[in-house]
Design a protein around this ligand. Structure first.
Ligand SMILES: NC(=O)c1ccc[n+]([C@@H]2O[C@H](COP(=O)([O-])OP(=O)(O)OC[C@H]3O[C@@H](n4cnc5c(N)ncnc54)[C@H](O)[C@@H]3O)[C@@H](O)[C@H]2O)c1
Ligand SMILES: O=C(O)C(=O)C[C@@H](O)[C@H](O)[C@H](O)COP(=O)(O)O
Ligand SMILES: [Zn+2]
Length: 372
């Protein structure tokens, strides 16, 4: 089992990464200092609850002497809501959860963000452990961003609230449908674009279109995780450097929400990365060869790269509520090389619209070719 430490203002926490982490969940939680008899609520979703490893985690915690319950929410981004958070608070209260007790978020980014938000706010904050089960969650489980969506935009309510540990069992990933695997690759590729050109080149040379065996996967995932760890350690509360993790997200979040979550987070961010790559090119920040490499590697992984049919006017308001903007001008994290992303805070909405409209026209032309 590989151990990666994350320094945070609230203390250092470990990421335990390996193929046999969940069977040891109970002893790992004891090692964190929680005593036998502590109440542990596992928060998960209804898909994950039915997979064999959910039982493995529960059994391991029971055998270690914890008093457990499981609370289940429907799978999907619509569970990242205040209504769902309130249901969960009540579930915790009913079970008698105190400040010394523990929440375990077992699932993908939706469960991690929601359960983390509930843990951050229940009784003004109780401890939680992230137990990510999707590839995408190599990103969401680290760094302490927790939150819920509003109808007006993604992740508009939340906190920076680091977990006590991240227990990442790679054997859970073999249950992922291909679409979910691919969805997660968007954030792995993103981490390469941000700060690891070697990781990016490896993905170009050998696209990971399905879940490989843990021995192959572990070093790749560890490299992507290390990019995230380095960034959040440098700027935990996103006052500057951390904004680079948002490459592809300023437009991608709007596209994700506008699709009513028919597009997965990684799928929307893939389209967002393509459009933001074009914005970087339009500003002469990125060479054409690098722009082509970004689009090609996303395509090679089966990720969507075409602009959806939405009019820009339908996205503008959603982009406008992005938390990074400081004024009427927009803030974007733009790729400037493979392995380097720069934050720019003087983007006029009209510039984005021009790039978007041009890409939309190109996408429609392409479709026309296919039909004829
Ligand atoms: N907090 C952060 O830093 C951060 C970072 C990236 C993304 N996010 C958020 O994460 C969310 C997306 O996360 P996600 O893509 O993991 O989505 P998700 O949590 O909805 O999981 C995707 C689907 O896979 C299923 N699933 C989970 N584990 C599985 C497994 N092992 N086998 C089979 N099916 C499994 C889930 O039930 C769900 O249907 C978005 O809400 C996004 O905003 C947060
Ligand atoms: O950890 C971060 O910081 C990120 O930006 C990671 C993103 O992949 C993630 O989607 C995050 O939830 C976006 O946060 P937001 O603050 O833009 O809502
Ligand atoms: Zn993301």
């Amino acid at each position: 089992m590989r151990r990666i430490e994350v320094r945070s203002a609230a203390g250092t926490y470990p990421i335990m990464l390996g193929a046999d982490v969940f069977t040891q969940a109970g002893s790992l939680v004891l090692e964190l200092g929680f005593r036998r008899g502590t109440k542990v609520t596992i928060i998960t979703d209804d898909t994950v609850a039915s997979l064999p490893f959910a039982d493995t985690v529960l059994t391991s915690l029971d055998e270690a002497g914890f008093v457990t319950q499981t609370l289940t929410v429907p799978a999907g981004d619509s569970s990242k809501s205040m209504d769902m958070a309130i249901d969960l608070y009540r579930g915790l209260l009913k079970f008698g959860m105190r400040r010394s007790d523990l929440v375990v978020a077992l699932g993908g980014g939706v469960v991690g963000d929601l359960a983390g938000f509930v843990a951050a706010t229940y009784l003004r904050g109780i401890a939680f452990v992230q137990a990510p089960t999707t590839l995408l969650a190599h990103d969401s489980s680290i760094g302490g961003k927790v939150g819920i969506n509003l109808p007006e935009g993604k992740n508009l309510v939340g906190a920076f609230y680091p977990p006590r540990a991240v227990l990442y069992d790679l054997s859970a990933l073999r249950y992922l449908p291909v679409r979910q695997w691919t969805n997660g690759m968007a954030e792995v590729i993103k981490h390469g674009i941000i700060a690891n050109p070697e990781l990016f080149a490896n993905l170009e040379a050998k696209p990971l279109t399905e879940c490989p065996l843990p021995d192959t996967l572990e070093p790749i995932l560890a490299a992507a995780i290390q990019v995230k760890v380095d960034v959040v350690q440098a700027d935990e509360r996103e006052s500057g450097r951390r904004q680079v993790l948002n490459v592809g997200h300023t437009i991608g979040h709007a596209i994700e929400q506008r699709s009513h979550y028919q597009l997965g987070h990684g799928e929307a961010i893939s389209i967002g990365m393509v459009l933001e790559t074009k914005l970087a090119q339009a500003r002469n920040l990125l060479a054409q060869a690098d722009a082509l490499r970004i689009v090609s590697v996303l395509e090679a992984h089966g990720l969507p790269v075409r602009t959806p049919a939405d009019e820009f006017s339908e996205l503008r308001g959603l982009i406008d509520v992005d938390k990074k903007h400081g004024s009427a001008l927009w803030t974007f994290a733009l790729p400037v090389a493979i392995g380097d992303v720069r934050v720019v805070s003087d983007v006029r909405p009209e510039e984005v619209e021009a790039v978007y409209v041009q890409s939309l026209r190109a996408a429609v032309r392409c479709q026309g070719h296919k039909l004829t």
